[in-house]
Design a protein around this ligand. Structure first.
Ligand code: G3H
Ligand code: ZN
Length: 286
């Protein structure tokens, strides 16, 4: 069943490991992510962006789909149902639809407004036992229409937002959504250290795809407890699907049957999820 993220991510920060937050897009993605987490026997966070929820239908559909997939697959690991990069309206809609965790991303608002709206969402969500993620600074690049300049989180501002009682905090530390450019400077560990020194809230690393493993591991040791992965699964799905088609498999037998055509990509997502779980050191349950 669904749980909120409070204890899972607080434990992760204290234990110096991270728990994966994977974006879903459809039924296959959902099954693949849950399969990976179940096989590793670890908690997992499934998130939908506003764009992905719109693509699938609406928040209620996404939430109910994930719940029914869990039931049919006999998923026993704790699953957090989370809204990724929500605006104010989306956060309220996801709360109403029964998500157990929401991100209110007010990074593009003036600080005072980000602060006020985060405060309001925290009060609403906490009254229903739902976790909240906020964002300070910005994640570079673009994800589903969410565009960031990549400015580093200001430590004082981040502390103020954390003190509102948010359950996890996304901070810009040089991380970028999507694929990293060849001239990327790497994560800013000095800023991460400054943030981690004064903020005990579990920190979130967005743009997790494509960061070298040693940097991911170092960031986790320093206080990152939630690692967001989207592009990595998309690349794995696309590559496996391309390979299947280029090998002509879709022409053999009934290889064009969508249940066959989508299978290699779906399996590739599960493999990716399991590999990332190994990187994060998420301990198996029990
Ligand atoms: O919010 C989702 C993540 O930050 C995903 O970023 O696509 O670079 O893995 P990514
Ligand atoms: Zn993100």
């Amino acid at each position: 069943s669904f749980v909120n993220g409070n204890k899972i991510f607080a434990d992760a920060r204290k234990g110096h490991y991270a728990v994966g937050a994977f974006n879903t897009n459809n039924l296959e993605w959902t099954r693949a992510i849950l399969k990976g987490a179940q096989e590793k026997n670890v908690p997992v966070l499934i998130q939908s962006s506003m764009g992905a929820a719109k693509y699938m239908g609406d928040y209620q559909l996404v939430r109910n789909m994930v719940e029914q997939v869990m039931r049919s697959m006999n998923i026993t690991v704790p699953v957090i149902m989370h809204l990724d990069h929500g605006n104010y309206e989306a956060a309220k809609e996801a709360i109403a639809a029964g998500y157990t965790s929401v991100m209110f991303d007010g990074h593009d608002l003036p600080f005072e407004e980000n602060y006020a709206k985060t405060k309001e969402i925290v009060e609403l969500a906490h009254s229903k036992n739902i976790s909240v993620e906020a964002e300070v600074g910005s994640i570079g690049g673009e994800e589903d229409g969410i565009i960031g300049a990549g400015e580093l989180a200001d430590v004082e501002e981040a502390k103020k937002i954390a003190d509102l009682g948010v359950d996890y905090l996304a901070c810009g530390i040089g991380n970028i959504h999507g694929q990293y450019p060849a001239n990327w400077q790497g994560l800013n560990f000095d800023r991460l250290q400054e943030l981690a020194d004064v903020i005990k809230t579990p920190l979130v690393l967005h743009g997790g795809s494509g960061i070298p493993q040693d940097q991911v591991v170092k960031a986790i040791k320093m206080g990152v407890a939630k690692l967001n992965i989207n592009t990595e699964c998309q690349l794995a799905f696309a590559a496996a699907t391309r390979k299947y088609i280029e090998a002509g498999k879709d022409q053999e037998g009934k290889g064009f049957d969508p249940r066959k055509l989508l299978a290699p990509g779906t399996d590739a997502i599960t493999d990716t999820v399991k590999e990332i779980i190994d990187w994060m050191g998420t301990p198996a349950i029990g």
